[in-house]
Design a protein around this ligand. Structure first.
Ligand SMILES: [Zn+2]
Ligand SMILES: [Zn+2]
Length: 144
């Protein structure tokens, strides 16, 4: 079982998995804005495997592709915990930095590297895409 939570501890969650799912890093300018940082580190998991306790604040945001992204924040400290996206039903995209033991996670691939901040140097041979990755790359992460 994987566990995690927000900064203040009001929101905690478990993910019914025996090993960490795969993760990816998104270097798009939206993720830079939303995180106030340089990229977002994401762990997609099956929504049914995720059990959350504590109050979430929900914010719905239209996506580039014309869909809807529903962002879930801790209602007390506003840590962004996960989101769902109408383009990827049944999947919860967990912020990898909220996972207990996140230091063991490293991105399987990088997306939107065309807007990656110039000081970030990807490891030699890293799987990277100038914009979105093929759908199969995301799906493969669910298998761990
Ligand atoms: Zn919190
Ligand atoms: Zn992004």
């Amino acid at each position: 079982m994987i566990a995690g939570g927000c900064r203040c501890g009001a929101v905690r969650y478990t993910i019914d998995l025996t090993a960490m799912a795969g993760t990816y890093a998104c270097h798009c300018t939206i993720c830079q804005r939303v995180t106030g940082s340089s990229f977002a580190h994401q762990m997609p998991v099956r929504e049914e495997a995720l059990a959350v306790s504590g109050e979430l604040a929900l914010v719905s945001i239209p996506t580039r592709g014309g869909g809807l992204s529903v962002q879930r924040f801790c209602a007390a400290c506003l840590s962004r915990v996960y989101n769902t996206n109408s383009a990827w039903p049944g999947v919860a995209i967990v912020r990898a930095g909220t996972v207990d033991g996140s230091e063991t996670l490293s991105p399987r691939f990088h997306i939107y590297t065309s807007t990656k901040q110039p000081w970030i140097v990807l490891p030699e041979g890293a799987e990277a895409y100038e914009d979105a990755a093929p759908a199969g790359a995301y799906r493969a992460l669910l298998a761990g």
